[in-house]
Design a protein around this ligand. Sequence first.
Ligand code: NAD
Ligand code: ZN
Length: 355
Amino acid sequence: MYRNFKIVPNIIFGRGSFNQLGDILAPKRVTPDSYIVFVLDDIFKERPLKNRIPMEKGDLLILVNVDNEPTTKYIDQLVAQIQAYNPNKPVGIIGIGGGSTMDIAKAISLMLNNPGSAADYQGWDLIKNPAVYHAAVPTLAGTGAEVSRTTVLTGPVKKLGINSDFTVYDQIMLDPELIDGVPKDQWFYTGMDCYIHDIESLHGTYINEFSRAYAEKSVALCRQVFLDDHPDKDDKLMMASYFGGMSIAYSQVGACHALSYGLAFVLGTHHGIGCCITFDHLEEVYPEGVREFRRMMEKHDIHLPRNLTKDLDEQSLQTMAEVAIGLTPLWENCFGKDWQQIITKERLLDMYRKM
Ligand code: NAD
Ligand code: ZN
């Protein structure tokens, strides 16, 4: 069976395109009471971008904190906050920030039209009703969250996305000016998330010409960004992220992402840095990719944290390995149908002990 793949219908790309956000949203304001909720990463609390948001009378600005990656509990709180603000539903939810903020905005727009807790919908195609109109403005590039059909959330029992066609954004705005000035380490880690998406997609058994077309271009852009020097590197990284996301949507990620989920679940390690830590231990699986990744780290003087698991007790290590090994499609993409003959819990435990 082939998947009938939903994509973002409206995209605006270009430096300064953020200035057009008001015009894009205007047709959504159908009645005088219509209001829009802007979900902004609180890193912008004191920054000029906040004052450039095209707020109108009745609109709500929510500053979200992403020191921890989004949880279902946080989503439920934010939805309750909007419902308390105005008993009528907003006509749009606009997420402005990195992958975490984009995921928060996606989840809010879904949960305004679906009863219960966000935790009830972690999984595949559990959402019944379409979301409120939602748009994203990335301020970090690499996750591909702007194009994916998931919003990754940590719930009471699992870290798992709300995967559904309704999750996909109605509109994305790719303005490369907005990723200027990101601290170097964060820029690198989130950018490497994209590079790793490409390598895992290209090296996977699920690869097809659709995914290859996007991943090859994305990896070429990543090389220009992280190995060369280009004045328009921010434009390139935004497109790399978009293409990387398009590639994995029709293939799958692999061993690096599976291992990073174990780290995230037990240690709370953030996605970008977590993928870098695990990728560095996967030279046997992705030899060329890992060697190139190390050249990129060297060029940008990035030093990954070491000995993360040194003080972990045996039970926590076991949990880590169980979370990772449970991600069947990722392992199957990486090693094929017989992956269990290659990847055992013991092998994963060995790898985690070295991280
Ligand atoms: P992030 O959104 O978690 O942000 C990381 C840090 O950068 C935060 O401190 C944030 O405040 C800051 N930041 C954001 N924009 C900035 C800017 N312009 N300047 C300075 N600082 C800025 O980071 P991320 O790597 O973009 O996203 C990771 C998240 O994305 C994780 O929660 C992960 O689960 C999720 N993710 C989702 C998908 C998906 O398909 N939905 C895919 C991959 C990752
Ligand atoms: Zn990723």
